[in-house]
Write a protein that binds this ligand. Structure first.
Ligand code: UT7
Length: 329
């Protein structure tokens, strides 16, 4: 009997979409000042590295952004939407309570039949979704997957809370992940620790036709910062060990884009120079589940990331959740 041939998954195309409305720190500072909320470009840049973010128009949803990013990834992969047999959307800001944003993306792409579902792991969502799609491809459950991160965090921001409203933005990023004889994805690791639910959450819910509790994002920033810098090093080392690689093998670190200081700290711990780190937080802000695929697509299209490069993708966020995927691009 012939042994079952090894089956891997590989990214064959990337795409992203940012809503056109761009707010610089100066724009946001002026907007907040008009409502008595005091902040400054200097504070935002020094504490986070953020200089601008994009906000979606009121009638634009996560699935709109996701579908556009998906179309661009499909074009880059030279793949027709009808060939896709799995759609996963990572989002914490879906269009509706249900059905999933993934089903809406499927409809917007004009295809039917394949499984489509959302993953809710906040800023780790894309890494979770990619690891799930990789597993489904390896087992033969899928052959060509669309994996998308899409968010409209501007909808859940409390613009009276300067400690959070200056940090986030909207956008979407997508990849086409296809079955391949060669890796592709080398290793992944996913984690969660539900003891920390309260440090980053949007606790409100809908019941009996009314919103119960606070439906806006709240975060204990310093607590999240402290946990993030610890787990991002640990999980990177975990996937390197699984793949039999070392930190010297990483061509590009593509971390969740929350804060330049977290990225600098992770790079230092992994002995990587900052010119090996893809940085888009300055232009996009924190786009939660969209930040990693947005950064990946940006780096591919700018020519930073090239075919054959080894990439470490790392997410961390609410839950508390974290994870990493190591891959040959
Ligand atoms: O996406 C999921 C993962 N999320 C993250 O990774 C976020 C992690 N956390 C962070 O990035 C940082 O903790 C923040 C950027 C959120 C905050 O930076 P920090 O250096 O931890 O500042 P802090 O919260 O300790 O605040 C320092 C000071 C405080 O003033 P006092 O108490 O020292 O007088 C704040 O009130 O900065 C003040 N502050 C501000 N000042 C001007 C907080 N927000 C602002 C603001 N403008 N927007």
């Amino acid at each position: 009997m012939n042994p079952t041939p090894l089956r891997y998954s590989r990214i064959t195309g990337t795409g992203s979409f940012l809503p056109p409305k761009r707010l610089t720190n100066e724009d946001l500072v002026a907007q907040l000042a008009a409502t008595g909320v005091e902040t400054s470009d200097q504070w935002i840049v020094e504490r986070t590295g953020i200089r601008a973010r994009h906000f979606a128009a009121p009638d634009v949803t996560s699935s709109d952004l996701a579908a556009e990013a998906a179309r661009r990834a499909l074009a880059a992969a030279n793949c027709d939407a009808a060939q896709i047999d799995l759609i996963i959307v990572a989002t914490s800001t879906p269009d509706m309570v249900f059905p999933s944003a993934a089903c809406m993306v499927q409809e917007k792409l004009g295809v039917q039949g394949c499984p489509a579902f959302d993953v809710q792991a906040v800023c780790s969502g894309f890494v979770y979704a990619l690891a799930i799609a990789d597993s489904m491809i390896k087992t033969g459950a899928a052959s060509k997957a669309l994996v998308i991160g899409a968010e409209v965090f501007s909808r859940i921001l409390d613009f009276k809370d300067r400690t959070t409203c200056v940090l986030f933005g909207d956008g979407a990023g997508a990849v086409v992940l296809e079955a391949s004889k060669e890796p592709g994805i080398l290793a992944s690791a996913l984690h969660a620790d539900g003891r920390h639910v309260d440090i980053l959450c949007t606790p409100g819910t809908v019941a009996g036709g009314v919103v119960l509790g606070n439906p806006l994002l709240q975060m204990d920033g310093p607590a999240v910062f402290k946990l993030a810098v610890g787990v991002l090093e640990d999980v990177a080392r975990e996937v390197l060990a699984k793949a039999g690689r070392s930190d010297a093998d990483i061509d590009w670190l593509i971390p969740h884009q929350a804060n330049i200081r977290i990225m600098q700290s992770t790079a230092k711990k992994l002995k990587l120079a900052m010119d090996k780190v893809v940085v888009t937080v300055d232009r996009h802000g924190n786009t939660s589940a969209a930040s990693i695929p947005l950064a990946l697509d940006d780096a591919v299209r700018s020519g930073q990331v090239k075919p054959g490069d080894t990439l470490m993708l790392e997410g961390v966020g609410g839950g508390f959740t974290w994870g990493a995927v190591l891959l040959d691009f």
